[in-house]
Design a binder for this molecule. Structure first.
Ligand code: PXP
Length: 245
């Protein structure tokens, strides 16, 4: 994606797998969605492998690792099992996120102050395999300060949680946008690569994309949702043709 500068887009294809898993079917495949997304200009593909495997599976990760030509970004918790899976499949980057089994989606950033030891333990293992490490954090000053104090050899970037910003109506999100902007500039000043995501849509993405420090956006739900609608006419026509009407 081309933003105000060269803000790139990583498309999160989790919810393609959500559709598949709703019927325990073999389609639609995140792999095919990833190919189409890259052909359309995405710089990379993101998936979140959850402990409950509610959408993407380890086999998706394996296939995507072979097929994705841009950046493959894997979101996982800091649990040893998940870090082990990441080390086996070696995505380009791992984004460490908090995970609660009951949540519908990631509910907030990873608390760097509370979980520093877990983050460092995971990052050490991942770095040994040559995997870049990013952490998903809320745009909170104390969180960014703590993140900035970590070794750049272990954690090279962070993703700002844009959820609070995206929950406000366009025009009334000044405070939340200012928090995102501040997190971006503080993080960049500390030498961290700055990414952002969660809840972004075509209606609210622009203000975040234009922040000069934000290099990359992770966007999933709104893109997959739109893809279902813009593809509906063709899918119906294909079915009618197959029926023979
Ligand atoms: N970034 C992180 C860390 C996430 O957990 C998610 C949701 O999986 C996203 C970005 C993408 O959010 P959305 O699906 O709302 O675009």
């Amino acid at each position: 994606m081309t933003g105000a500068r060269d803000t790139t887009l990583c498309v999160n294809v989790d919810h393609v797998a959500t559709l598949r898993e709703a019927r325990r079917a073999v389609y639609p495949q995140p792999l095919e969605a990833a190919r189409l997304a890259e052909e359309a200009g995405a710089a990379g593909i993101t998936i979140h492998l959850r402990a409950d495997r509610r959408h993407v599976q380890e086999s998706d990760l394996e296939r995507l690792r072979d097929a994705v030509t841009g950046k493959l970004n894997l979101e996982i918790s800091t649990e040893d099992e998940m870090v082990g899976i990441a080390c086996r499949h070696r995505p380009d980057q791992v984004s460490l996120v908090p995970e609660r089994p009951e949540e519908v989606t990631t509910e907030g950033g990873l608390d760097v102050i509370r979980h520093e030891a877990r983050i460092l333990r995971a990052a050490e293992r991942l770095r040994r395999e040559g995997i870049a490490v990013s952490v998903f954090v809320d745009p909170d000053r104390r969180q960014i300060e703590r993140l900035a104090a970590l070794s750049r050899d272990l954690v090279s970037g962070f993703e700002i949680n844009t959820d609070a910003y995206t929950r406000r109506a366009v025009g009334s999100e000044t405070g939340e946008l200012a928090a995102v902007a501040r997190a971006a500039s503080d993080g960049a000043a500390a030498g961290l690569a700055v990414y952002a995501g969660h809840g972004l849509t075509v209606g609210n993405v622009r203000s975040v994309a234009r922040l000069p420090e934000v290099e990359e956006l992770n966007i999933g739900h709104s893109i997959v949702s739109r893809a279902v609608l813009v593809g509906m006419a063709q899918a119906v026509q294909e079915m009618l043709a197959a029926i023979g009407s």
